[in-house]
Design a protein around this ligand. Structure first.
Ligand code: PEP
Length: 262
């Protein structure tokens, strides 16, 4: 029976030049090696993907893209197509809150991007999350689930089974306010519940769910026992090689100790 694996993905956003990413990659390769029990990926900027893929060849680290065009090809000045990324990346983030809130991408666009990615045999990381206002108005669950349903609309049950959903509360991204693991777990369970009702039990069992939002090495530990959280999406803290390697280590470590044992 297929089983979910643990995944930690770094989102470098627009923070590094190509030489800076090369330096970071060299350091990460030294720190993240050996018999890893989980999948690790980094999402450099588009301009860096080509060299990063050569630098990470034969390493334990995969590559993701931070975004992709909805269309496959054509007159879309400044966009990067799924065809250009094919062969270089394994994962593609779609609907990151910065894309939604700064660049006005709506659920329809995100759904189109997710479809484009899966049809080209890459894994979409479909990001959803509520704003601070929505959270204060106790709308977190309803906002997240309606974003998710609309963003996955064009995927089949089999495609959703092979996708990743990242729960990233907007109020936690880059703010230092990490969501409590119990709160994130509750939303992750709601996400899995929605996938079950829309796509069936198998898809709900197989889909991977990540948490993202101000994760550090210290807080990464707290998410590893959350039943419905399979991984982490890490922004700011992934720019520091020691910190990111410690996040990977802390998230991947051993099973929950039995009750009563220290
Ligand atoms: C992100 O942008 O996906 C993210 C999780 O950022 P940070 O870790 O900096 O909050």
């Amino acid at each position: 029976m297929a089983k979910r694996k643990k995944i930690v993905i770094a989102n470098w956003k627009m923070n590094l030049t190509v030489p800076e990413s090369t330096v970071l990659i060299e350091k990460l390769k030294k720190e993240i090696s050996g018999n890893l029990q989980l999948e690790v990926a980094v999402c450099p900027s588009f301009v860096d993907i080509y060299s990063a893929s050569a630098e990470l060849k034969n390493s334990k680290i995969s590559i993701g893209a931070q975004n992709v065009a909805e269309e496959e090809k054509g007159s879309y000045t400044g966009e990067v197509s799924v065809l250009a990324l094919k062969g270089f990346v394994k994962y593609i983030l779609v609907g990151h809150s910065e894309r939604r809130n700064i660049f006005g991408e709506n659920d329809k666009v995100v759904a189109g991007k997710a479809e484009t990615v899966v049809r080209h045999d890459m894994t979409p990381v479909i990001c959803v999350g509520e704003t601070l206002h929505e959270r204060e108005d106790k709308l977190s669950k309803i906002v997240v689930l309606s974003q998710l349903e609309a963003s996955c609309k064009q995927l089949t049950a089999e495609e959703i089974s092979e996708s990743i959903i990242a729960y990233e509360p907007v109020w936690a991204i880059g703010t230092g306010h990490v969501c409590l693991p119990e709160e994130a777990e509750k939303i992750a369970a709601d996400i899995r519940g929605l996938i079950k009702s829309l796509y069936g039990e198998k898809a709900a069992r197989l889909v991977h769910i990540l948490y993202g939002g101000s994760v550090t090495a210290k807080t990464a530990k707290d998410f590893r026992y959350a039943k419905n959280i399979d991984g982490l999406l890490v922004g700011g803290a992934s720019l520091d090689h020691h910190e990111f390697a410690a996040i990977v280590k802390n998230f991947s470590s051993e099973k929950k100790p039995k009750k009563g044992r220290k």
